[in-house]
Structure formats: structure tokens, C-alpha cells
Design a binder for this molecule. Structure first.
Ligand SMILES: Cc1cc2nc3c(=O)[nH]c(=O)nc-3n(C[C@H](O)[C@H](O)[C@H](O)COP(=O)(O)OP(=O)(O)OC[C@H]3O[C@@H](n4cnc5c(N)ncnc54)[C@H](O)[C@@H]3O)c2cc1C
Length: 287
């Protein structure tokens, strides 16, 4: 933010949304990504921290996590540590080192790192995203599935704010596991997988397999999900699901810098690791 002149700190969502209609004005969550980006087009930011959007609440339809809740608060949440085998807690912990977790927010992380481990976990749990926007000068709300949010995020966020993310009640009961591969244990994952399954007597009744590091955003491996649905997690089923996880995938070589491509992994490497990690995650749930 090399040309930043003003920091607004509204206390109501309507004021925040009015400010965001001006050009060169963007939302500020924890600021960790915005500051690192050094954008020249940002003239003013709207600090969201006074909007009462910091909460983790158990509601009738699941658990709602407010947009400005930090990843540290997610890690510390008792409600979330018990949900879906603790993968939300684990995903938040694996996103950042301790110091950045205190700053980075849930919404900022989903927007800045849509293929990161936190996005992958939320995708596997069928999370829904709610935005606030202005309609006839009043605040309106809209909730959409995370996959739709990723597909339409520019339009969805135009003159709008993410207010919270909902983890549906049924997904919180799933048995889940995360598997990642990175250069070092604390480094950002090159490929990540989260599987979250509803099991009954050893049979998969419903569930999701989400991958990160293979597309621009967290990606649902629908073919793998079909392979395991109504099946027991036998070795054969696991092998078929692992192969199917990448059947519709064309992971790109990291296009940004050629050096990064060599250490962040080629398309072939990501494809193979996506299969290996899918099998490991499913085996983890079986175990
Ligand atoms: C040093 C460093 C290391 C990192 N390492 C990792 C890593 O290992 N793994 C990983 O997954 N990510 C990593 N990241 C990226 C990381 O995901 C983001 O920096 C961080 O989590 C973003 O959260 P934030 O709240 O600080 O977002 P901000 O920087 O405040 O915002 C990010 C974007 O989201 C928008 N935004 C924020 N909140 C809202 C809202 N409520 N509604 C609408 N728009 C909003 C902002 O306008 C901005 O465009 C790293 C970043 C840095 C700087």
C-alpha cells in the first residue's frame, strides 16, 4: 500500500460498505497480505475490526465464524477443536506461524490464499460464505457455497464485505483428516488434502475430498468422492479414489517465477502427491 493516505475505522457495516464504494478503497482484515502486496492503487483502507465481526458461535445450522476472527482465535476455540476431528483447528494452525495467526483473519485468509490449507479444510466441510452489500442504501445479506464464492469472488466481493463463514452442522460430525507436503514442516504446503466423511458401520454415507495446490482455489475431487460413496474404505477403494482424485485435474506449474516452480513443485509432482495424500487422508480416517 505504497500510496495509502487514510485508514477508516467504521463502527457499522453500512458505513463500511459506503466507504468501499469509493475507488481506491479496500477492506482491511489483519492486513498481512495487503501490506505484503505493496499495492499502488490503494488510497484508503477500511479497518473492519470495529464491526463486531469477531466471533465463533454455535447456531442452529452449524458454527458461524465471523470474518475478522483471527486464525489464533480459531486455533483456541473449544467448539472448533471438537468439530470434524479437529481439522479446522489444524488447518488454521498450519496456515501461519504463531505471530501471523494473531493478525490474519478468517476472511482475509480465504480471499488471499484460496488454495491454502484453511480454504481446503473449509471446502471439505461444505462451508458457506455470507456477504453484506448495499441494496437501496440498506444492508442486504447473501449466503453462498464456498465453491461458488471461489468461482465468483470478484463479483461477490464488489462493494461488499464477507461477514461470516458457516460450517454446516452435519459436516461438523464428519470424520476428517488432513495431509500435506511442504519443503519444511513450517512451510506453506505445496499440496494439501482434507477428507471429511460421514461413516456408518464402516460405510461412507457422505463426504468430501478437497485438494489444495493443484488449482487456483481449493478444489473438490468429485470423482474420488464418487468412488468412496456407499463403500467401505478397503485398500481397493482407497487406490481407486486416489487415482480418481486427479482424473479431472491439470495442475499448473507455478507460473509466477520460474525458480518457485522448481521448489514449489511441477505439475507432475503435484499430481502424484495429490494421489498419495488422498490415499493417506482416507487411510487416516479408516484408522
Ligand atoms: C509472510 C507471509 C507468509 C504467508 N504464509 C502463508 C502460508 O504459509 N499459508 C497460507 O495459506 N497463506 C500464507 N500467507 C497469506 C495469508 O493467507 C494471508 O496473509 C493472511 O492469512 C490474510 O489474512 P489477513 O486478515 O491479514 O488479510 P488482509 O491482508 O487484511 O486482506 C487480504 C485480502 O482480503 C480482503 N479482505 C479481508 N477481509 C475481508 C472481508 N471481511 N470482506 C471482504 N474482503 C476482505 C482484503 O481487502 C484483501 O484483498 C502468507 C502471507 C504473508 C505476508
Amino acid at each position: 500500500m505504497l500510496n495509502l493516505q487514510t485508514i477508516h475505522k467504521p463502527t457499522t457495516i453500512v458505513d463500511a460498505l459506503m466507504l468501499l464504494t469509493q475507488s481506491g478503497v479496500v477492506a482491511l482484515g489483519g492486513g498481512t497480505n495487503l501490506i505484503a502486496e505493496k499495492r499502488r492503487d490503494v488510497r484508503a483502507v477500511v479497518d473492519l475490526s470495529a464491526l463486531q465481526l469477531t466471533f465463533i458461535e454455535t447456531r442452529g445450522d452449524g458454527i458461524a465464524i465471523g470474518a475478522t476472527t483471527t486464525l489464533a482465535q480459531v486455533v483456541e476455540s473449544v467448539a472448533l477443536c471438537d468439530a470434524a476431528s479437529g481439522v479446522v483447528t489444524q488447518g488454521a494452525r498450519q496456515t501461519h506461524a504463531n505471530i501471523l495467526r494473531n493478525q490474519a483473519t478468517v476472511a482475509g485468509t480465504l480471499i488471499a490464499e484460496p488454495d491454502g490449507i484453511f480454504a481446503v479444510v473449509l471446502s471439505a466441510l461444505d462451508a458457506r460464505v455470507t456477504r453484506a452489500f448495499l441494496e437501496n442504501d440498506a444492508v442486504a445479506q447473501q449466503e453462498i457455497a464456498l465453491a461458488d464464492f471461489f468461482a465468483q469472488r470478484e463479483m461477490f466481493l464488489h462493494n461488499a464485505l464477507v461477514t461470516h463463514i458457516t460450517l454446516p452442522a452435519e459436516s461438523l460430525k464428519r470424520h476428517a483428516a488432513i495431509e500435506t507436503v511442504a519443503r519444511t514442516p513450517s512451510d506453506k504446503a505445496i499440496v494439501s488434502v482434507c477428507a471429511a466423511l460421514e461413516m456408518e458401520n464402516g460405510i461412507v454415507r457422505a463426504g468430501a475430498v478437497a485438494l489444495g495446490g493443484v488449482a487456483d482455489t481449493a478444489w473438490r475431487a468429485r470423482d474420488a468422492e464418487r468412488e468412496i460413496l456407499h463403500q467401505g474404505l478397503t485398500d481397493d477403494v482407497l487406490d481407486r479414489a486416489a487415482m480418481a482424485a486427479t482424473s479431472a485435474l491439470h495442475p499448473s506449474n507455478d507460473p509466477s517465477v520460474s525458480l518457485r516452480a522448481s521448489f514449489r513443485g511441477s505439475a507432475e509432482y503435484r499430481t502424484i502427491m495429490a494421489r498419495v495424500l488422498t490415499a493417506r487422508a482416507l487411510r487416516g480416517i479408516r484408522g
